[in-house]
Write a protein that binds this ligand. Structure first.
Ligand code: ATP
Ligand code: MG
Length: 259
């Protein structure tokens, strides 16, 4: 396929993927994927339903290990360190994830954010409440919840719940944040808030986002990868993918001719 490693070479690759093949039992879902995820940039993954975007995203922090008979082959490096052989708890602390359906725990707003800190430990000398506040501020949710921290997370709106899940992921200070269609259930205002948040987070975090929304990819992403039937067909700077795609399939997809 195309030389997918090009874009990230222009900046440092936080994650380097080489020759990734992925199988669910006997069925192959990803074919020979190679790409570099640029550090402190936003990379969007697009493509029709079932093309392997979520599968790819999950391999980056080994969430696929929760699926029976799922198997990844190839090289995945985080800052040059082998992801496959890394301690998985440490890996997931460094590479956090936010899912399509916001999934707050049946706990208070405060406890949702404090959870990861309690499990992973947090710096001595800094009260937990300060760290929770800082994460809620980073997720642009603090002002909306500061007077109801001890109410159930389920009392929040969908967009607020999604930002709560982002705050929970951010609490342990991940270096990489993976987001699988985080806005698919949100209205345009809530979506705009998440997009603003992603821009702000780019200062401190490497972001990979799966989205079905072409405008969203065009708005937020520095780089965009187009998947089709388990293959990475095109990967380049977002403006190139959306204005001068090299492959016919990419053009057909982004102009809505299929998918
Ligand atoms: N747990 C699983 N067990 C078996 N096959 C799976 C599993 N999850 C996904 N697949 C298959 O792998 C392929 C890729 O699925 P994946 O969920 O990665 O696609 P996607 O691009 O994220 O799609 P969507 O846009 O609908 O979320 C599909 O053919 C799907 O049926
Ligand atoms: Mg998916």
């Amino acid at each position: 396929m195309v030389s997918q490693e090009t874009p990230a070479k222009r900046s440092t690759a936080k994650i380097q993927v080489r020759g990734l093949n992925f199988y669910y039992g006997p069925r192959q879902a990803l074919y020979d994927i190679s790409l570099g995820i640029a550090e402190k940039k936003i990379t969007a993954l697009i493509g029709p339903s079932g093309c392997g975007k979520s599968t790819f995203l999950r391999t980056l922090n080994r969430m696929h290990e929760l699926v029976r008979q799922a198997r990844a082959e190839g090289q995945l490096l985080l800052d040059g360190e082998d992801i496959m052989s890394m301690d998985v708890t440490r890996l997931r602390r460094r590479v956090g994830m936010v899912f399509q359906k916001s999934n707050p725990f049946p706990k208070t707003i405060f406890e949702n954010v404090a959870y990861g800190l309690r499990v992973n430990g947090y710096p001595k000398g800094r009260p937990l409440a300060d760290l929770v506040e800082a994460s809620l501020k980073r997720a642009a949710l603090w002002d909306e919840v500061k007077d109801s921290l001890h109410k159930s997370a389920y009392a929040l709106s969908g967009g607020q719940q999604q930002r709560l899940c982002i705050a929970r992921a951010l609490a342990v200070n991940p270096e990489v944040l993976l987001l699988d269609e985080p806005c698919s259930a949100l209205d345009p205002i809530a979506t705009a808030k998440i997009e603003e948040l992603l821009f702000a987070l780019r200062e401190s975090c490497t972001i990979v986002i799966v989205t079905h929304n072409m405008q969203q990819a065009a708005r937020v992403a520095d780089y965009t990868g187009f998947f089709l039937m388990g293959r990475l067909v095109e990967f380049d700077e977002t403006k190139v993918v959306f204005t001068r795609p090299r492959r016919r399939e990419t053009e057909d997809y982004i102009t809505g001719r299929f998918g």
